[in-house]
Design a protein around this ligand. Structure first.
Ligand SMILES: Nc1nc2c(ncn2[C@@H]2O[C@H](COP(=O)(O)OP(=O)(O)OP(=O)(O)O)[C@@H](O)[C@H]2O)c(=O)[nH]1
Ligand SMILES: [Zn+2]
Length: 358
């Protein structure tokens, strides 16, 4: 899989191609990627609108001078762009996405459920204390890579830690494609430290376990700049947003911040490529094993074990990769596949038992 990583770098003033003020559509997140899917004539008759709220009763969409609700469709989620059919909104055209967070729903058919579309950056938040866990960070980075969203790791609570260097080192070792920042979320730091990713027209989201400072950071982005922040509470010490539906909030200068309960429950399903990107060095090594299906255990000509013996790779990291990949495979398999795996396991166990008897 080839992927363009140029977008994984934070935008800086010097690389911004034009200095003109963003258009109202650009403030909502409109990008050349979407313009390419339409043309000037169509833009006039079917103007672009972005889904900013998903309710059972309908989708709230915003455009240039447009704020309306269109009927809910199974195929759209918060962050999506439509070309709005003003006479028959149900006929609006959904545009291709730059990125998509999705998950498998619970239940028998385990249908895919879309969480959020066209997110540019996801801040993976953890704190410089006992919450810090490399395996958990790797899992979130894999989810971001899979969704085609730029991950940025934020280490909070630097003010409560005597030495943040070991946390920074461990987080930076996860992937050389992921920027890591350490900060005190309760100070004045967040606005300046997150500024390069929270420019007008950018869409950001936050991932991380409970209590690490996600709400504190979101509130910092909205402090003194209340635009459409009805559901984001100031002084939220418990850190629970009141929102129960999926919603984009816009800061006063036009950065969209995703607030969606689903982001808290993203599972490791269908993220094989994302995991392979986090552990790309190990994947490359594994491809050099003599056998295609090498389990890197006792097989001859195993490049992974060789690298381990030579001290080229780190044993705990190798173990984390294998654990994550196994979990992903299990989550991704269908119920029928799991039953088949179970049956074949019981068969093998039975035949092993019978062999013993003989
Ligand atoms: N000292 C200090 N406290 C922090 C920092 N970041 C967050 N906190 C505090 O940690 C607690 C939890 O922060 P929240 O922002 O609510 O955490 P959250 O990640 O949103 O948690 P959930 O909403 O449960 O997912 C709050 O009391 C915050 O004030 C930090 O950098 N330094
Ligand atoms: Zn091997």
């Amino acid at each position: 899989m080839t992927r363009d990583y140029s977008g994984f770098l934070p935008l800086t003033g010097s690389t911004t191609p034009t200095k003109r003020a963003p258009t109202p559509l650009e403030m909502l997140g409109w990008k050349p990627f979407f313009s390419q899917q339409t043309n000037i004539e169509d833009l006039a008759t079917t103007p672009p609108v972005r889904v900013t709220e998903v309710h059972r009763s309908g989708l709230r969409v915003l455009g240039d001078g447009i704020d309306t609700t269109i009927p809910p469709g199974p195929e759209a989620t918060v962050g999506d762009w439509f070309l709005l059919d003003q006479t028959n909104p149900a006929n609006s055209t959904l545009l291709d996405r730059i990125s998509l967070f999705e998950r498998r729903a619970a239940g028998h058919d385990r249908k895919r459920q879309m969480i959020a579309a066209n997110v540019d950056t996801v801040f993976i938040v953890t704190s410089c204390n006992r919450d810090f866990n490399v395996a958990r960070l790797e899992r979130f980075v894999a989810l971001a890579f899979e969704a085609q969203v730029t991950p940025v790791i934020l280490l909070t609570k630097t003010d409560l830690s005597e030495d943040t260097a070991p946390f920074l080192d461990a987080a930076r070792a996860i992937s050389n494609r992921v920027v890591v920042e350490a900060l005190n979320a309760k100070s004045e730091e967040p606005i300046a430290r997150l500024a390069s990713w929270c420019t007008p027209g950018q869409t950001v989201a936050f991932l991380g376990s409970s209590g690490v400072g996600k709400s504190t950071l979101v509130n910092a982005l909205f402090r003194n700049a209340v635009a459409d922040t009805g559901a984001v509470r100031e002084d939220d010490n418990r850190g629970r947003h009141t929102t129960t539906h999926r919603q984009l909030h816009f800061t006063a200068h036009g950065c969209a911040v995703l607030d969606t309960p689903g982001m808290r429950e993203l599972q490791l399903t269908d993220v094989e490529d994302g995991i392979a990107e986090v552990f790309d060095d190990l994947v490359t090594l594994a491809s050099q094993c003599r056998f295609n299906d090498c389990a890197h255990e006792t097989e001859p000509g195993c490049a992974v074990r060789q690298a381990l013996e030579n001290g080229v790779i780190d044993a705990p990291r190798l173990a984390r990769w294998r654990k994550l990949a196994a979990e992903e495979r299990f989550n991704t398999s269908t119920l029928a596949q799991r039953k088949a795996q179970d049956r074949s396991f019981h068969k093998k166990a039975k035949s092993a038992q019978q062999k013993k008897k003989w």
